[in-house]
Ligand binder design. Structure first.
Ligand code: UDX
Length: 441
């Protein structure tokens, strides 16, 4: 009976490390696996190798009480648990827009042959629709003869920066399966959430896979919608912030994900909509998702527009100019720089001949590694020093609360491009700043 509360988590990135720690927090015995020994070493020592508020406490508490351990040994994992969560990454392929499934496949190939007792694998990674069915066949081929191994798919909707909260209290749980045994296991493992009354939906495999990518496609569309309105507002002399507010009071529209600005980035939204389009193409329904190409294009245009506004402010050329950039992470409360709009803009400006100095409260180290074309500072004031224009590109609270007078003392010229509509234009202008934002007069 004891083994029934034991699970494993394969892959300990943002998703897996958070899932492993939270399942231990809920009382399950958890063994996390990663093929990367540095991740295992770090997590075992109680260090989260990325910035995620609150996760380190959950991690260290459950390492200490013995409910959570990490390993790189698949044999240990296969013996330890009878439910295995697949949490490995599915990045964009280098050669196309499709998802790279090699990590998912490698995990299944390593685990399945070792499963000699009745086991369940539950996929959580974001995958193209149809992947789970293919993996189920692969598992049937690879598992030892007579072994009873079943696959379910339960997409994960956690937001970086709110990973612990979103994992402990998700807004819904979806499990794709036609097996009563998988459904029962999932109900048992989600008992704390079911007690809270969180909706629990049982679907087929394909629908479960689709829920995730269509949710992300919807969110991306909503952001690009308001950014398209920002483009029109700029041309028409309207104010997209007021527009968004007015729209938000219609609760059929709602105000969330209606924030105009530099647009979306990160490890999920951009690659998920591209992989979704690629999959629709394969399925012969390319026109159904062709609007997502527009969503992507609108999003990219916001980056170009931000560069243009900044260039306009300093007289038309970046050559030899000094530029300060606030923000490197793709959003605040994260150190993730994957497809970061902020770094994309900073890099473009540097490639046009400016000296660009970047500050970010958490993402500096990662940015430094991947963008040697930029300079880095350890404070907001240092990044803004001698700048002829400052760009706010990730809306950290520290930047929202910036004192225009303090900043004015260090810059060469008080000019700011607010790429996230994070500042109060009237206030900044009253303090002598030339203030420009996206979608506002
Ligand atoms: C997203 C989904 O929200 C989550 O459910 C899924 O599991 C993974 O992908 P995440 O990538 O962590 O989560 O970031 P999110 O908070 O959704 O933000 C995505 C991007 O959209 C950020 O770059 C953010 O700056 C941008 N954004 C968000 C806007 O530009 N405007 C908004 O109104 C909201």
């Amino acid at each position: 009976a004891e083994s029934r509360s034991r699970i494993s988590v394969i892959g300990t990135g943002y998703l897996g490390a958070t899932h492993a720690a939270c399942m231990a927090e809920l009382g399950f015995e958890v063994l996390g696996l990663d093929v990367d020994p540095t991740k295992i070493e770090s997590l075992s020592a109680g260090r989260v190798p990325f910035y995620e508020p609150g996760l380190e406490e959950v991690l260290t508490r459950n390492l200490a009480n013995g409910r959570l351990r990490f390993t790189s040994d698949y044999t240990e994992v296969a013996e330890f648990a009878d439910v295995h969560f697949l949490c490995v990454g599915t990045p964009q392929r280098a050669d196309s827009n499709a998802a790279d499934l090699s990590y998912v496949e490698a995990a299944v190939d390593s685990l399945a042959p070792l499963l000699d007792h009745p086991s369940i694998i539950i996929g959580k990674s974001t995958v193209p629709v149809g992947t789970a069915e293919r993996l189920a066949k692969r598992i049937a081929e690879l598992a030892p003869a007579g072994a009873d191994v079943e696959l379910g798919w339960s997409p994960e909707f956690l937001r970086e920066g709110f990973g612990v909260e979103d994992t402990l209290h998700p807004n819904r749980i979806v499990i794709g399966t036609d097996s009563p045994r998988v459904e029962a296991a999932m109900r048992r493992l989600c008992a704390p959430q079911l007690d809270e009354g969180i909706p629990f939906l049982v679907t087929d495999l394909a629908t479960a896979e689709l829920v995730k990518v269509s949710a992300n496609a919807f969110l991306a569309t909503k952001i690009s919608f308001i950014n398209a309105m920002a483009e029109v507002s700029e041309a028409a002399g309207a104010d997209v912030i007021k527009l968004a507010e007015a729209l938000s009071y219609d609760d059929r529209i709602g105000g969330k994900f209606l924030g105009p600005g530099l647009g979306f980035g990160g490890g999920c939204l951009p690659k998920d909509i591209r992989a979704f389009m690629a999959r629709a193409d394969e399925l012969g329904v390319e026109p159904a998702l062709s609007f997502l190409r527009e969503v992507d294009a609108i999003n990219q245009r916001r980056r170009a527009r931000t560069v243009d506004i900044a260039r306009g402010l300093i007289g038309g050329s970046f050559a030899g100019r000094t530029v300060g950039v606030l923000g490197a992470a793709f959003k605040p409360n994260s150190d993730d720089i994957r497809d970061s709009p902020a770094l994309d803009v900073a890099s473009t400006i540097a490639s046009l001949g400016a000296v660009v100095t970047v500050y970010d409260p958490e993402a500096l180290e990662r940015a430094q590694r991947e963008h040697p074309d930029l300079r880095y500072a350890h404070s907001m004031l240092e990044a803004a020093r001698d700048a002829e224009v400052v760009l706010l590109l990730t809306e950290w609270a520290e930047f929202r609360d910036a004192d225009p007078d303090e900043l004015a003392k260090v810059v060469a010229e008080p000019r700011i491009v607010d790429g996230r509509n994070a500042l109060d234009p009237q206030y900044w202008r009253s303090r002598g700043w030339t203030y420009r934002a996206l979608g506002r007069p």
